[in-house]
Structures are given as C-alpha cells and as structure tokens.
Design a protein around this ligand. Structure first.
Ligand code: PLP
Length: 385
C-alpha cells in the first residue's frame, strides 16, 4: 500500500492538552484570560512590540488594523495581488478600494517599484506580505510609506520570529498581524494576533477588541464601570485556544529547529535535481533568520502543474498550489480601484507548488516526496517535450 503523506499534519509540542485542561478548570475560558495574557506577554517581549493582542484569526487582526487607520470612502489601500483574500477584504470592509501591486522575484514580496509607480494622494496605506516568512523589501516600502505619510502594515501570517537584517519581521510597520491557523508554524486551530508597534494605537485597539467598550480601563481599575465607546467586535481569542498556543510558543526554539531541519533536508535533496528538471528552489536572504514556514518549488512551466499534482497524489504525496492572483479574481472587479497588470504574480502563482511541510515529517517521508516530485516533473517534461 502506498504511504499517504498529507500536505499538513498539525503537531503537538508537549503541554498543549495540559494547558487546555488548566484553562477549563480555572473558570476563565473567554477572551483576555490568563493564558492569553501570558502568550501576549511572551510575544510582546520576543518581538519588542508596544503591545500584542491575540485575536480569533489573522483575518480578524487585519480587520482591526484596517479599523485603526481610519479609512474613509474613496481611500485606496495598496495590497499585493499574490496573497490570501483576507489581506484584501479586511481593508475593503472598511470602505477602501484596493489597488493591487505585483510581487518581485526572488523574494516574492511586494515590488517596491510597482508600489512607487502606483502611489497617489488617494493611497492611505500599504500592506505588505512576507511570503513564506521571507522578508519583502520592508525598508524601501517603509520609506515610500513615510514619504507619502501613510502607514505600512505587515501581514506577517507566515513569518513569526523570522529576522531581516537582525530585526524581527512584523516590527517594521506601524502594526503587523500573525496567524496561528493549523497550517502555520505555531498553531491553535484558528488564531491570530495584532502586533502594535506604536503607543498611539493601544487604547483604540483594546476598544475594538472589547466590542467597542473601554473594558480594559475598567479591568485595570481606572474606571468603576465600562461603557460603549464606538466601533468594535468580538475579536478576542478564547483562553482555551490561547492555552494551546502558549504551549506552542514556549517551545518556539524547538519548533523552529525542527522546521529548519525539514527545510534544509528538502533543499539538500533537491539541489542535485533542480537544474536538470528546471525547478527553482525557494529563496532566502543571506544572513537572515528564516521562519521556514513552507517549502515550495517553481515548476519550469505552468502547464504541467495540475498533472504533476495528480501524479504525485497517485503516489501518496499531497502537494498543493497556493494563491490564485487577486487582481484578476472576480472580487477585484467589485473591490479594486482600477485594474493593474501583475505579470510576475500571474507567472509565479501558476508555477508554484508547495510540498508537504510539518514539524514531525520524517526523513523517509521527505525522500518519498522528493522522489515523486522528480519522477512526476520528469514524466510531464517528457510529455511536453
Ligand atoms: C498572507 C496571509 N494573510 C492572512 C491569512 C489568513 O490567516 P487566518 O486563517 O489566520 O485568518 C493567510 C492564510 O493563510 C495568509 O496566507
């Protein structure tokens, strides 16, 4: 029987169930409980952020960031076309129109030249994604944002604890967002965080998370009852999930070490075949600390991808494609401010193939993945040739 290798297998790191049991027993399973406080403190300290608020997802953290920058009808927000829909919808929900910009090779981050050419006085924010946890050109993007007096927001769903030029990803923008969805490096099923890098956003962010109330000041004893202040929602994570997450975050060095090993194994196994098969392997900025969030290859042609995927699946290996370009998706015809060509996004998203990647994947499973990838690419190159 062929051994099935899933695309993702969520992995426990040790104390998740113990902490969740404690969260059940201590009677505070709603938002802003003790495990949430500990996880937020750990993240705040590690990132050197002004504040961190755990949310129910990265999508929710993005929605909070869109609410914090006071968008008005007619405002435009720049987002990459090569990203998940949440990066765009969060800002569109606040009434902004989206202007999609292209990515660049080799880092697959937002292309600062395209952003520069797309700026005008209607643009009120730039949102960048660090694809696969590899830094986009945050320094140049921040300097463009500063020049136009608009915030840079980092959708750092993939890059927790990665460092670029010695600085943590997620600390370059006015704020950044994290995902703890079950496919990410650190997980709790569904979860996220809003990372605040400026004091001025702290009070309003807590009001948004506390359903529009100043409950934070009440809990801190500054007022004797809390009242409704304005916009907000139920963005806070349950303490049961925060308990699971804390167990993962406490083991961050071990989890990162495992992912580094898995990534390095794939790299070493594929280097001898890449040139012959026309595969491009993932890019890393030399000297950066990487999140090793995913391992992808760029196939030589877009045409072969679905054949390669189905052939690998027949061999028990489950790879997957990733983002479908947003600038040409049906949503863009409603929510984009204007059409902008994104040829690099079109090319990369059609050729990108993600290999199974999870903390506890075994060496022989990785060998099986690489064998099936090489055989499938070879077979379909021969057919195409
Ligand atoms: C770049 C990016 N941003 C946001 C999200 C949404 O994350 P979540 O599922 O935590 O809402 C994803 C999902 O994978 C993503 O890839």
């Amino acid at each position: 029987m062929v051994v099935q290798i899933p695309f993702n297998r969520p992995c426990l790191s040790g104390r998740e169930l113990e902490y969740m049991g404690a969260a059940v027993m201590n009677g505070h399973s709603s938002a802003k409980g003790p495990f949430t406080a500990d996880a937020q403190e750990l993240l705040r300290d590690r990132l050197g952020a002004k504040d961190v608020l755990l949310t129910t997802s990265c999508t929710d953290a993005l929605e909070m960031s869109a609410m914090l920058i006071d968008l008005e009808p007619g405002d435009v927000v720049i987002v990459p076309s090569f990203t998940f829909s949440s990066t765009a919808t969060a800002f569109a929900r606040q009434g902004a129109k989206l202007r999609f910009c292209d990515i660049r090779v080799p880092d697959l981050g937002l292309d600062p030249d395209h952003v520069e050419a797309s700026m005008d006085d209607r643009v009120k924010a730039i949102v960048t994604v660090h694809y696969a946890g590899v830094a986009s050109d945050v320094k140049r993007l921040r300097s463009i944002a500063d020049r136009y007096g608009v915030p840079l927001i980092e959708d750092n769903a993939h890059g927790l604890f990665a460092k670029h030029n010695g600085e943590q990803l997620g600390t370059f923008g006015r704020m950044s967002t994290l995902s703890f969805h079950e496919t990410k490096n650190f997980i709790c099923g569904e979860g996220g965080a809003l990372v605040l890098n400026e004091e001025r956003d702290i009070d309003q962010a807590h009001i948004l998370l506390d359903k529009g109330t100043n409950r934070k000041q009440f809990l801190e004893g500054q007022i004797d009852k809390y009242t409704w202040q304005g916009h907000g929602s139920s963005f806070g994570i349950s303490d049961l999930l925060a308990a699971f997450l804390l167990a993962q975050l406490e083991r961050a060095p071990q989890i990162m070490k495992k992912r580094r090993r898995v990534h390095a194994n794939y790299q070493a196994m594929l280097v001898p075949h890449a040139q012959r098969l026309g595969l491009t392997l993932p890019f890393h900025h030399p000297g950066d600390t990487h999140a090793d969030h995913m391992f992808y290859v760029l196939l030589p042609t877009a045409g072969m991808r679905s054949e390669v995927i189905s052939s690998m699946r027949k061999q028990g290996v489950n790879p997957t494609f990733h983002y479908v370009p947003l600038h040409s998706a049906p949503g863009a015809s409603v929510l984009a401010d204007r059409y902008q060509d994104c040829p690099v996004t079109d090319d990369i998203s059609a050729r990108l193939l993600r290999l199974p990647m999870f903390n506890d994947i075994k060496l022989d499973e990785q060998e099986q993945v690489v064998e099936s990838l090489c055989a499938s690419v070879k077979a379909h190159s021969a057919v195409a040739g």
